[in-house]
Every structure is written in structure tokens, then in C-alpha cells.
Design a protein around this ligand. Structure first.
Ligand code: PDD
Length: 290
């Protein structure tokens, strides 16, 4: 069955779905995107993702082409037409089609909206076959990483560097200070030398991960202590455990960093517990109610 994509009001076979060559997303990366996990036919943390989408478009002075309630319907329709119950939905909003000029179009043009969906293996039954190796890599991105922009060139190059090294993720760091920011497309966490669960505080230098937010809410509800406090590459190197989170990685242990084992090179007890907690969340825990 051919995949179906939503493009500006139409549901099309994906192979026929096209955007205009003068779409500003294509020419300038002038757009915003979101990726939402679909489990058992239900969107995981949908409200968090849509709130972040709304915020991101606002930060680049772009308006959504439809109210959120209609967008929710489009997401559901794309999923339905693709007959997917386990997978992800990708949505992208750009500043539309206009003769190439860096500044915004002088005559307003409607924003472009594309939604696609794709099948994915269901949430892993066990953490024992769910892990990543990572490399460290300088963070070469712009200063507004809190905006989920489709400008992903530094992320692409970092992820390729990871792949070239036989790893899954690149952990980005500020080359001047050695501070870890985040992964090329994930949030990074450690269990530090003292046993504290840590992930970087939010500001404009990282994306506010929806999985991060959901996991922190679960930890709070479970009475598990954590610190929203950044760490350096050196602290990462000394960590007992490290793991990453994202809408499509959930909680994934990092077993090797630049070829060296993290801890004993196996998923640690804290990561195991958090994997289980997030698994309950994905499967429909209260705090993930639709
Ligand atoms: N990436 N940091 C960056 C730079 C990201 O691109 C992402 C998400 C995250 C994690 O955010 P969330 O938990 O909301 O997925 C952190 C998506 C999955 C992607 O680009 O495919």
C-alpha cells in the first residue's frame, strides 16, 4: 500500500506529493516541524508536541494554517489513511511559496503544511535490546535551538559523524566550555558520580524535549529526585549511566561513548527503572491521557 501524505489540504499518495520549488522551507529552511510517536493508535504526549509547535511557529512570526483542533483531525486522518497503529507522525509548517527573497513575503502567502506518517516497531519489550553508542561532537548550531526549526544541517553532519564512527548518536558540546547541550536529535541525561539523575536546564541553547518534560513529570509523580543541571563532557565521561530520550527513542541507554564503556557498558539500574516508567507512560499512564 502506498503511503499517504497530507499536503496543503489534500491527501495524496506520497510518491505524488510535492512541494513547490519556491517553498521557503525548501529554499531557506524557513519552517518548523514536529515528530509525534503513535502507540497503539494513540499519540503520545500530543498536547506537549502541539504546544511546542505553536510556540515554535510564534517564535519565527509564522501562524499555523489552521486551528490546533483541525490539525489534530488531519494527524488522525493521515494515520487512518496509512493504517498505522505503531509509528510516528511528522508535520512541517513553512512560510509558504514566494519568489526567492530572504525577508518575509511582502504580500502574505499561506503557510504550507505537510503531514506524513510512518510505521515503526512497537515500544521495545525489554531494554536489553534497546541501546545506543554515542560519540561526542562540537555543537555548531545557531543560538535559538529552543525553536524546532527544519534547519538541521549541523545536526545532520553530527549524526553522520556518529554513523561514520559506528555509533547511533552524536552528543553535542560547546567547544569553548565543554558543556554538553543535547544530542543531534535527542535529549541527553546522566546518572552522575553521586547517583544524581541529571539533564540540562532549559534555555535557548537546547530544544525543550517533550519526552524530557513527560519523563520529568513521571519522576516527580513517583517521588524520584532529579536535577535540571547541565554537565560537562568530563562529567559525562565519569557518569555511572547515561541515556538519551526523544519521541522515537523513548529512554535509551548509552552504552559506549567515543568507544569507551559508560559504567560497565550495560544498561544501569536507574536507566532500567526509567525505561519501565516511560514504558508505562507510553502505554497510557494517567499523565499521557489523550
Ligand atoms: N528530535 N533535541 C533535539 C535537537 C531534537 O531534534 C529532539 C527531537 C529532541 C527530543 O525531543 P522530543 O523528546 O520532543 O522528541 C531533543 C525528533 C524526534 C526528530 O528530529 O526526529
Amino acid at each position: 500500500m502506498s503511503r499517504i501524505a497530507y499536503v496543503n489540504g489534500r491527501y495524496l499518495p506520497q510518491r505524488d506529493a510535492c512541494v513547490n520549488v519556491e517553498d521557503r522551507g525548501y529554499q531557506f529552511g524557513d519552517g518548523i516541524y514536529e515528530v509525534v510517536h503513535l502507540h497503539n493508535g494513540r499519540f503520545v504526549d500530543e498536547d506537549r508536541h502541539l504546544a511546542r509547535l505553536e510556540r515554535s511557529v510564534g517564535e519565527i512570526r509564522l501562524a499555523l494554517p489552521m486551528p490546533l483542533s483541525s490539525l489534530r483531525q488531519v494527524l488522525r486522518e493521515v494515520v487512518r489513511r496509512n493504517r498505522i497503529t505503531e509509528g510516528l507522525v511528522y508535520m512541517q509548517v513553512t512560510r509558504g511559496v514566494s519568489r526567492r527573497d530572504h525577508a518575509f513575503p511582502t504580500t502574505p502567502v499561506p503557510p504550507s503544511l505537510v503531514v506524513t506518517a510512518r510505521r515503526m516497531a512497537p515500544y521495545p519489550a525489554s531494554i536489553d535490546n534497546w541501546s545506543a553508542d554515542a560519540i561526542t561532537h562540537p555543537d555548531l548550531r545557531w543560538a535559538r535551538r529552543d525553536i524546532k526549526s527544519v534547519n538541521l544541517l549541523p545536526n545532520v553532519l553530527a549524526r553522520q559523524a556518529a554513523r561514520d564512527a559506528g555509533a547511533l548518536e552524536a552528543i553535542l558540546h560547546d567547544p569553548a566550555t565543554g558543556e554538553v547541550t543535547e544530542g543531534a536529535s535527542t535529549t541527553i541525561w546522566i546518572v552522575d558520580e553521586t547517583g544524581a539523575i541529571r539533564t540540562r536546564h532549559l534555555d535557548q541553547r537546547i530544544l525543550p524535549g517533550c519526552t524530557r518534560g513527560a519523563l520529568l513529570a513521571e519522576l516527580e509523580a513517583e517521588g524520584i529526585a532529579f536535577e535540571e543541571r547541565g554537565f560537562t563532557l568530563e562529567e559525562l565521561g565519569r557518569a555511572r549511566e547515561a541515556f538519551l530520550t526523544s519521541a522515537t527513542s523513548f529512554v535509551k541507554p548509552i552504552l559506549h561513548l567515543d568507544g569507551k564503556p559508560v559504567g560497565d557498558g550495560r544498561p544501569g539500574p536507574v536507566t532500567r527503572r526509567l525505561f519501565d516508567i516511560f514504558s508505562r507512560h507510553v502505554r497510557g499512564g494517567l499523565r499521557n491521557a489523550a
